[in-house]
Write a protein that binds this ligand. Structure first.
Ligand code: ATP
Ligand code: MG
Length: 262
């Protein structure tokens, strides 16, 4: 699978997950990129494109056809990302939430000036590592039901709201909090045995309707480069607790910055 070096953090990338771990996450199709496809995407993405060959129309068309084939399996749409991370750092990524319905939209997501895509394709190329694109079944995840969990030595040392800057009134309910803790504890008992690493930061989505269940969204390096949400790498305050944003702390009054009606 790997030709030369193993790029830093590659153990957390989806293409390297063991099958049992994949079964905890969303169905998807992985596409291993050919070298010429890496060049085509990186060149079209723009950032740092001088380090890549120019984008060849025929390579892009062939890739679009591959993405079309994969995405047909997901008629409700698919979440698009590299094995390493998603292109959510572009305006287009934010607006679409990285959701695509065909190959053309998939390519657009991966080539809209994403610094993440540029960095990760460059790092892969330097290591002679073939990067992957994943077309993942779209899931309607409620933002208040996504959590970032911190595992050290296969022990859960903290859980935080993923969208840590927003307080969700539903999370004030002690019953809901208890349900979240119970469902997550059950999931962790399984996850902690299957994780390829002893130390990892993993994100989960909870679905508490009819049949409550948890889906693994992804795993990230246990490293300060991974956002600590309501914890802090600096203060190393992982105390095993669940942290929810305080409803007293008012969300940023962002409209103040855009006085549209003046
Ligand atoms: N299959 C999916 N369907 C719908 N939304 C998804 C799906 N997978 C992920 N998301 C949403 O997109 C966000 C980013 O996805 P993901 O964690 O896979 O990528 P990432 O770029 O590594 O993120 P991060 O910066 O949090 O590490 C998730 O937190 C989740 O809200
Ligand atoms: Mg990530």
């Amino acid at each position: 699978m790997l030709n030369k070096a193993w790029p830093q953090f590659a153990e957390t990338w989806i293409e390297n997950w063991p099958d049992e771990l994949l079964s905890l996450s969303f169905p998807h199709i992985g596409i291993r990129l050919e070298e010429r496809e890496v060049h085509a995407l990186a060149a079209l993405n723009g950032i740092g494109c001088h380090r890549f060959d120019r984008c060849r129309e025929e390579d892009l068309c062939a890739l679009e056809a591959k993405f079309d084939g994969a995405i047909r399996r997901f008629p409700q749409g698919a979440f698009i990302r590299l094995g390493s991370r998603s292109p959510k750092d572009t305006v287009h990524g934010v607006i679409t939430r990285c959701k695509a319905f065909d190959g053309r939209q998939t390519i657009r997501l991966l080539t809209s000036g994403s610094e993440r895509v540029a960095y990760d394709l460059r790092a892969a190329r330097k290591a002679n590592y073939p990067p992957w694109v994943f077309v993942r079944q779209w899931a309607d995840i409620s933002p208040e039901m996504e959590f970032r969990c911190f595992m050290k030595n296969r022990r859960l040392i903290g859980v935080s709201q993923y969208f840590y800057q927003t307080s969700f009134p539903v999370l004030d309910s002690p019953e809901i909090r208890n349900t979240i803790k119970t469902v997550l504890a059950e999931f962790f008992a399984v996850f902690s045995k299957l994780s390829p690493l002893d130390n990892v930061v993993f994100d989960v989505a909870l679905f508490l309707d009819k049949a409550p269940h948890v889906k693994l969204v992804e795993i990230n390096p246990f490293h300060p480069l991974t956002q600590a949400c309501l914890f802090s790498w600096h203060a190393s305050d992982f105390d095993g607790g669940f942290r929810f944003a305080q409803s007293e702390s008012k969300p940023e009054p962002f409209m103040d910055f855009f006085p549209l009606c003046e």
